[in-house]
Write a protein that binds this ligand. Structure first.
Ligand SMILES: NC(=O)c1ccc[n+]([C@@H]2O[C@H](COP(=O)([O-])OP(=O)(O)OC[C@H]3O[C@@H](n4cnc5c(N)ncnc54)[C@H](OP(=O)(O)O)[C@@H]3O)[C@@H](O)[C@H]2O)c1
Length: 427
């Protein structure tokens, strides 16, 4: 029998217990696929409380950094969470000892991923994070292996199940954002403090990781444009639908002109596109390559089973001795392109609440025209008291030009409300 790969698991929450369940349930199959047994030897958590399964066969370490340096651990699974603190200390201790690391921690990887990958390279260890991006969907593997023949042209994704649940439920039931958020919390889809999800940062961290792997560039997570779904109204969801679109919290990354453009924001996408048809908590990632064209990956983005599945797949690769650099290329080969928020040209959906008096539409058209923005479609919806809601779809323009025109429209008091503007992403 070949030498077992010995696993230490730091964190016994949702994901940690999911990993243990899979390693036990499929021990024989995993050993065959990996070419060697995969055995858990040690575990760590804050407390030794009963977790509903027998963990007595494994050594327990109160400090996960001690687990990371045990002689009987070859690979550390970090499923504690958090971008610093014990998670980072554990991963650094493991890599510095030449032990492999598999993590589900997007916050840690988005902030410190390239430094940790460099540490792994210096010590001849593997660092993998498939579970940190879109849960059970093998999208890091797709980028770094399956699509490695291509120059990636664009990566897009709906990577936060909570947000997609809220937006699709609002559309289906006509309920407001706050009511659906409360329901999502009751169902366990949203955290008690949902800011990280609905504010877009959870999905932005995943997008940052995909961007590094897709374009071979460093990404400054603080420079990523992040906008959440808190301001998305039922009114805009319905108007977008009438125009043939749906609103999604969409992450988009592309590279060009010596910069990498990374944005996480609510966008309109064609209702009939794969992303437009995505319902509920499901995630989707679209990768476009110069030779392959468009590829679409869909699946569960969270939960013990899907996330554990991705962790164990990384473990099996390491057990097979498959050595892929963390981000597809060695850290020294990652380019230093700046991370930019300047969006490429796009068409925009605008909703303006104009004063209901003659000549207002002409003034709006003139303000847009002065900044080089032409109108593709304009619709005036039913009047509400003294206001006239107007929907505009522009031809392709730059966001900075649009913002100048909207400032002018607001400055001249043509609008009764703050104008609403969403990018329409071609999918
Ligand atoms: N849940 C998902 O569906 C999902 C999906 C994708 C990625 N992830 C990522 O996976 C990671 C884990 O998530 P989770 O949902 O499993 O979290 P969780 O349920 O909160 O579990 C965290 C575990 O870490 C342990 N822990 C916390 N501080 C520790 C310390 N100082 N020393 C030792 N152990 C410590 C906790 O111990 P106690 O139990 O004793 O408190 C707990 O067992 C996070 O990075 C998360 O972003 C999760």
């Amino acid at each position: 029998m070949s030498t077992p790969l010995r696993i230490g698991i730091a964190g016994l929450g949702t994901v940690g217990l999911g990993v243990i369940d899979i390693l036990r349930t499929h021990a024989t199959t995993i050993a065959m696929r990996a070419g060697r047994p995969v055995e858990i030897t040690a575990i760590s958590a804050r407390s030794r409380r009963d977790r509903g399964i027998d963990l007595s066969a494994y050594a327990f370490e109160a400090d996960p950094a001690d687990l990371a340096t045990r002689d009987d651990v070859d690979l550390v699974v970090e499923v504690i969470g958090g971008e610093n603190g014990p998670a980072k200390e554990t991963v650094e201790a493991a890599l510095a000892s030449g032990k492999h690391v598999v993590t589900a921690n997007k916050a840690l990887m988005a902030r410190h991923g390239t430094a940790l990958a460099a540490l792994a390279e210096r010590h001849g260890a593997c660092l993998r994070y498939e579970a940190g991006v879109a849960g059970g969907i093998p999208v890091v593997k797709a980028l770094t292996e399956g699509l490695a023949a291509n120059a990636v042209t664009r990566v897009m994704g709906v990577m936060n199940g909570t947000c997609n649940y809220i937006l699709t439920k609002m559309e289906a039931t006509g309920e407001d954002y706050s009511d659906v958020l409360t329901e999502a919390q009751a169902l366990g889809y949203a955290e008690a403090d949902p800011a990280f999800d609905v504010g877009g940062m959870d999905a932005a961290q995943k997008l940052a990781l995909l961007t590094i792997a897709a374009f071979g560039t460093h990404v400054d997570i603080d420079a990523v444009k992040v906008e959440g779904i808190e301001q998305v109204t039922l009114t805009d969801i319905r108007y977008a639908r009438d125009l043939g679109y749906r609103i999604k919290l969409l992450g988009v990354a592309r590279s060009g002109d010596g910069a990498v453009e990374v944005r996480m924001q609510p966008c309109l996408v064609p209702a009939q596109s794969p992303i437009g048809q995505l319902e509920s908590v499901v995630n989707m990632v679209v990768i476009e390559g110069d030779f392959v064209g468009q590829t679409v990956f869909q699946g569960p983005g969270a939960g013990a089973g899907p996330t554990g599945s991705a962790v164990v797949a990384d473990i099996i690769d390491i057990a097979r001795d498959i050595r892929v650099p963390t981000f597809g290329v060695p850290v020294a080969d990652l380019r230093e392109y700046p991370t930019t928020t300047a969006g490429s040209p796009a068409t925009y959906y605008l909703r303006l609440t104009l004063e209901d008096r003659p000549g207002m539409l002409a003034k709006v058209a003139a303000a847009l025209g002065q900044h080089g923005i032409s109108i593709n479609q304009m619709r005036q919806t039913e009047h509400e008291g003294g206001s006239a809601p107007v929907l505009i779809v522009t031809h392709a323009c730059l966001r900075q030009d649009l913002d100048k025109a909207l400032d002018e429209i607001t400055g001249q008091s043509m609008c009764q409300d703050t104008p609403v503007a969403y990018r329409i992403e071609t999918v």
